[in-house]
Design a protein around this ligand. Structure first.
Ligand code: KG4
Ligand code: ZN
Length: 391
């Protein structure tokens, strides 16, 4: 993946992510050239282009995706710098910035894909989970485009999007497989039984993995966003400097719990303060990361073995963690499991992954009505059916 970056006057980072594995020519990037005799009845054989929109947190994003796996354009407008000074995402600032930036993202996504709204087959959007005000911007935008153009509307679950990011660079990946989803709000171990069909076999009892990274980073003075900062600091530290607890949950062996680990880090910080000792930030970061990563990898490998799957994917913001990627790769190789992971830029929030997930919904005939609403706590696998058109 190649990333063109431009920092705008307000501090927002505008990015265009180019899939360097795309081999399409530039003139007809969007479509196969139509032949004279081509009728609308032959549309089944045609490429399906989806305009996808994402605004669940602090990234405004739009993308054009062909046949679920080929990214023609992928635009992200990241507000991260604006929220950093507050130590976390401020929902109202996020919503207001989405309103300002979204049209520009969509315009750029269409123009980079060299298509117009006429060429698009469906409009897809993340409708949950996420920050409600932020989600509503994308949902309203998608509904407006669907209404104005008469094109089908498809609502996508944000986490299904993260999982589907794996399809973009791994053209051979097909369900069933196990996926470890680790983001700022979720830690789920799922079996992807088919496209859009998920069985959750484990989830967090308290903090999500990303949340734990963010809280610990704040506590040791690394600031926001915690995950990437701990990842970087950990490279300089000793992972065996501290022995942090790795919670085991008796009645649910695939569930996660990170709050005990977080408290243990806080205790070490307080103890050091009381004894007037200085903690080596990098050692705490490395030891904490090791504890989280070992639990995540251990659960995922065990699930593959016990459920009998030989394909394992990772997804979500924490999936870009270098320690997690390294250990997972090593353990997968040792256990004859094929390991799939998106490029780091596709692990964070983007619209290409929403377009990938939407394609399989589109093929199944899922269509949402214009009564679609944002669902901030939308559960994975139990999708909100009441917005489906005609239901
Ligand atoms: O998937 P994501 O972009 O947003 C949600 O859907 O939540 O995930 C954001 C989370 C944050 O908690 C961030 O600290 C974490 O992913 N993260 C990382 C890394 N990069 C982002 N955690 C660990 N290591 C990283 N390199
Ligand atoms: Zn996300």
């Amino acid at each position: 993946m190649n990333i063109d970056k431009n920092v705008e006057e307000d501090g927002v980072i505008f990015m265009s992510i180019k899939d360097d594995t795309n081999t399409e020519g530039t003139e007809n990037a969007g479509r196969k050239p139509k032949t004279d005799g081509e009728l609308s009845g032959s549309r089944e054989k045609e490429d399906i282009l989806i305009l996808a929109i994402e605004s669940s947190c602090d990234e405004s994003a739009a993308a054009v995706v062909k046949n679920g796996r080929e990214v023609l354009s992928n635009i992200i407008s990241s507000q991260i710098a604006l929220h950093t000074i507050y130590g976390g995402v401020v929902p109202e600032i996020a919503s207001r910035k989405h309103v300002e930036k979204m049209n520009g993202c969509i315009r750029a996504a269409l123009s980079e894909a060299k298509v117009t709204l006429d060429d698009i087959d469906a409009v897809a959007v993340t409708y949950g989970p996420g920050l409600v005000g932020a989600l509503l911007v994308g949902v309203s935008e998608a509904k407006a485009i669907a209404f104005a153009t008469g094109k089908p509307l498809i609502g996508v679950h944000h986490i299904e999007g993260h999982i589907s990011a794996n399809f973009i660079e791994n053209k051979d990946l097909e369900p069933p497989f196990v996926c470890l989803v680790v983001s700022g709000g979720h830690s789920h171990l799922v079996v992807v039984k088919d496209y859009g069909v998920y069985e959750i076999i484990g989830q967090t009892r308290d903090d999500a993995a990303g949340e734990a990274f963010d809280k610990v980073a704040r506590a040791i003075g690394l600031g926001y966003p915690g995950g990437p900062k701990i990842d970087k600091a950990a490279k300089e530290g000793n992972p065996d400097a501290f022995s942090f607890p790795q919670a085991k949950i008796g009645d649910a062996e695939y569930d996660f719990s990170f709050s005990g680990l977080k408290s243990s880090v806080l205790n070490i910080i307080n103890q050091a303060k009381m004894q007037g000792q200085e903690l080596v930030q990098a050692d705490v970061a490395a030891s904490f990361q090791k504890a989280v990563v070992e639990v995540l990898v251990g659960h995922a490998i065990k699930a593959c073995k016990e459920y009998g799957y030989d394909k394992l994917a990772i997804a979500g913001g924490v999936a870009s963690n270098s320690g997690l990627r390294e250990l997972m790769e090593k353990e997968c190789a040792a256990n004859n499991i094929k390991f799939y992971r998106p490029s780091p830029v596709l692990c964070t929030d983007n619209a290409a992954m929403i377009g990938a997930a939407a394609y399989y919904e589109y093929k199944k005939g899922v269509r949402f009505g214009l009564d679609m609403n944002a669902v901030p706590n939308l559960p994975l696998g139990d999708r909100e059916r009441r917005f489906h058109a005609g239901k």
